[in-house]
Design a protein around this ligand. Structure first.
Ligand SMILES: [Zn+2]
Length: 351
């Protein structure tokens, strides 16, 4: 999405950053950068955090400053000295992000990916203007994910997670956000059916075939997110992965959340989402109760994507009540709406 605008926007941004760096930052500020030594197990994220620098703001600068001393995939080498980015350079980032054009309330946009019935979206508000979301529907391509059963038919995780992801994407766009669908299916669109037919033609943004090998599949979507993250450097950014749990030993039911153990913002965002869902259930089904949890889990995509990551399990494939919530289209819409409310609160609280 936003492919047409993106090139122009990123060109302007790169030009602006180049201009500001070239003319406004004293040339000798690079040589004054503080040097620190990487410890065993350090990544850029951990090192920056240790010295009180936000990885969201300084990741790119760090990589640019230390390019010649980085290992594969920008890893750090223990014992090697690295330069910390000069914090005085921060205004360049703010200037670059302030040029994002305003969308304006009441504007209509059109994206074929939502399917003919939902392709036209009205921008209702600017509540999420400035926020960038990477929505990753779980699995896809050759991998259907977990498989449940409902009334005799199969319920494939990737199809249902994708449908909720699309509904969430549409909602976020309507509130003024910039949204990237990382897992994409050009002919599915939002589907108002109980039974969602399984196919294998999902691709990874922008249009990459999804490999069967799990490590390669996760690395592919992580790289897609991280490449876009660099283009939106300085903006409020979230990676949202949407799944359905199936680990039978796991007691978790309802909608629950995982964040990276190093990410305080991730934990905050998850808690806001959890509390929003609890409140909504309480409003709509006062006697139902809600047991959704927030916890950490060592998940590849959560650990390796650069934006603050939120991993959502829409329920447990082994619990009939959860599966029923997934197969009813209006329930999938309600879940997307509630998540949208939560993400608006997250943006207002943490931006
Ligand atoms: Zn999954």
């Amino acid at each position: 999405m936003f492919v047409s605008n993106l090139h122009i926007k990123s060109f302007i941004k790169i030009f602006l950053i180049f201009f500001l760096v070239t003319f406004l930052v004293p040339v000798n500020s690079w040589s004054q950068s503080k040097e620190v030594v990487a410890l065993k197990g350090d990544g850029i994220y951990r090192l920056l955090t240790r010295y009180g620098l936000s990885s969201a703001q300084y990741m790119d600068d760090f990589i640019a400053l230390n390019k010649s001393n980085l290992g594969r995939n920008n890893s750090l080498l223990a014992g090697v000295k690295y330069k910390l980015p000069d914090t005085a350079k921060l205004p360049a980032t703010s200037a670059a992000t302030s040029i994002t054009p305003s969308k304006g309330t009441g504007k209509m946009v059109h994206y074929d990916i939502f399917g003919s019935k939902y392709a036209d979206i009205e921008i209702k508000s600017n509540d999420l203007k400035g926020a960038v979301y990477y929505l990753v529907g779980g699995h896809g391509g050759p991998d259907p994910g977990a498989v449940g059963k409902y009334n005799g038919y199969h319920v494939y995780e990737d199809e249902y997670a994708y449908d909720v992801t699309l509904r969430l994407a549409k909602n976020l766009i309507a509130e003024g956000a910039t949204v990237y669908l990382i897992t994409r299916d050009k002919n599915d669109g939002i589907r108002d059916d109980y039974s969602l037919k399984a196919d294998k033609d999902e691709v990874c943004y922008p249009n990459l075939q999804i490999p069967l090998n799990q490590t390669r599949r996760l690395r592919q979507r992580t790289e897609a997110v991280n490449n876009l993250y660099k283009k939106h450097k300085g903006s409020f950014q979230r990676m949202i992965a949407v799944h359905v749990d199936s680990r039978s030993r796991n007691e978790n039911i309802d909608i629950f959340f995982y964040h990276d153990k190093r990410s305080e913002t991730g934990e905050k965002a998850c808690k806001i989402l959890r509390d929003t869902i609890e409140k909504k259930y309480h409003e709509h089904q006062p006697n139902r109760g809600y047991t959704g949890t927030v916890s950490t889990r060592n998940l590849y995509v959560v650990r390796n994507t650069w934006p603050t990551a939120v991993f959502i399990e829409l329920g447990n494939m082994n619990h009939q009540r959860d599966v029923k919530r997934l197969v009813i289209p209006s329930n999938r819409q309600a879940v997307a709406n509630w998540l949208t409310f939560g993400l608006i609160t997250d943006y207002k609280t943490n931006k």
